[in-house]
Design a protein around this ligand. Structure first.
Ligand code: GTP
Length: 402
């Protein structure tokens, strides 16, 4: 699925879940007291399940984000009496939630039970401790600060959000939106969705129904993004962004032996790697993958492994697929590849030729084996295409053999 379409679907899903949340919020006043007590637990249950999943999948950032959400929900749902302590608690939580969610979006994944993960956990625990101290001493310096006109709710017309919290939400929203658009990771989308979902209860001043429903939605969104991320890790190749081998095998099972299959291999890739370094080799793979993902004629490209790619052509004849693949081959050979200078490519060069080739235009070519129809099993078509690929190599490379 194209990234733009995936993002559009995610926005639609988010809109539908917000609509559902509003509908549930309107039902809330009609439920009995016992049912309400039960519903108040829903965000803890949803967040707890998502937290267990995050720990199971070693997603430290999501685990910490869920910890932030659950602690903040605990704080907001415990606010029953108004007074200085309640103001300090809600002002502090309304500032810390957007700041921490944005920071967790920016930080690289390091797990939770690692030195860095534990440092992050410690810093969040420290924030919670500081806020608890300010709540216990609302007349202290921090308590007074959190009750000031910039931080306390109710100082802006039309909203219960304080100016500082509004600013933190705007900044956090821009950061997470930028990350989501740039990286396209479901976890960035989940953090952005969670941040957005926590806005309505803060804006309305946290009536019971809005608090329960939207904090529950925030936890749910992080849980869904975890499932999506796990799917992506299993099926999408990290380096090239193309679907990986597991996705190819599933597609082949579904399509059966009638499908035309192309196996493509970058020529002399080892020499290229040895000469310019592994990082430049990776750039070459990304470039070839870029050509394959923009391919006309309905060809679906996969990274088979290493420097090999597979393209499936459902519904195409061998002749049609051969024409398409030959055009792709020519485009790759004609486009050339500019080896970036060591500074731009990160400076990690091949062991024997450090720094060679900076800014130089080099030629990248590919060989292709193409087979289809006539085999008994889809796996046989793949094998036949692989043999034809080696024929293309033997015949001198930079060609399509079928
Ligand atoms: N940079 C980079 N190199 C990789 C990756 N996966 C495999 N390789 C390298 O790809 C090279 C494959 O080399 P060979 O299979 O010998 O083939 P070749 O040099 O492409 O030569 P021909 O196929 O005969 O044209 C090896 O050096 C691997 O280390 C990767 O993800 N990134």
């Amino acid at each position: 699925m194209a990234p733009a379409l995936r993002r559009a679907l995610a926005v639609l899903l988010f809109g539908a879940l917000c609509g559902l949340a509003l509908w549930l919020r309107d039902l809330y006043p009609g439920v009995s007291g016992v049912q309400r007590d039960f519903l108040r637990l829903a965000p803890f249950v949803l967040g707890g399940v998502a937290l267990a999943m995050a720990l199971w999948f070693h997603r430290g950032r999501v685990a910490l984000a869920l910890g932030v959400l659950l602690a903040a929900y605990g704080a907001f749902s415990s606010l029953s009496v108004y007074g200085p302590a309640a103001t300090v608690l809600s002002s502090g939580a309304a500032l810390l939630v957007p700041i921490n969610l944005a920071l967790l979006g920016l930080l690289p994944e390091r797990g939770l039970w690692t030195a860095r993960g534990l440092i992050r956990l410690g810093l969040l625990g420290g924030q919670a401790g500081l806020l608890a101290w300010a709540v216990a001493h609302p007349q202290g310096a921090l308590g007074e600060l959190l009750q000031g006109p910039w931080t306390a709710p109710g100082s802006l017309p039309g909203t219960e959000l304080a100016p500082a919290s509004l600013g933190a939400y705007a900044l956090g929203g821009v950061v997470l939106l930028g990350l989501w658009l740039y990286r396209g990771s479901p976890l960035d989308g989940g953090l952005l969705g969670a941040l957005t979902a926590t806005l309505p209860p803060l804006h309305t001043g946290g009536d019971g129904a809005t608090t329960v429903v939207f904090w529950g939605l925030a936890c749910l969104l992080l849980g869904v993004s975890l499932v999506q991320e796990s799917y992506r890790l299993a099926f999408v190749d990290e380096l090239t962004g193309l679907p990986g081998r597991r996705a190819l095998e599933e597609q082949l099972q579904r399509m059966g032996p009638g499908v035309v299959v192309a196996m493509l291999d970058v020529d002399h890739f080892k020499k290229f790697n040895d000469r310019y370094g592994h990082q430049v080799g990776d750039q070459v793979l990304r470039k070839v993958a870029g050509h394959l993902s923009r391919m006309e004629g309905g060809g679906r490209a996969f990274r088979y492994g290493g420097e090999e790619f597979t393209v499936l052509f459902p519904g195409k004849s061998l002749e049609e697929a051969a024409e398409i693949m030959d055009r792709v081959r020519q485009r790759i050979a004609a486009s050339g590849f500019r080896v970036r200078t060591p500074a731009r490519s990160g400076g990690k060069q091949g062991p024997d030729h450090r720094g060679q080739g900076g800014g130089r235009e080099v030629k990248v070519t590919v060989s292709v084996g193409l087979a289809g129809r006539g085999a008994d099993r889809a796996g046989d078509v793949l094998q036949a295409a692989d043999q034809l690929l080696y024929r293309a190599k033997r015949k001198g490379r930079n060609r399509v053999c079928r």
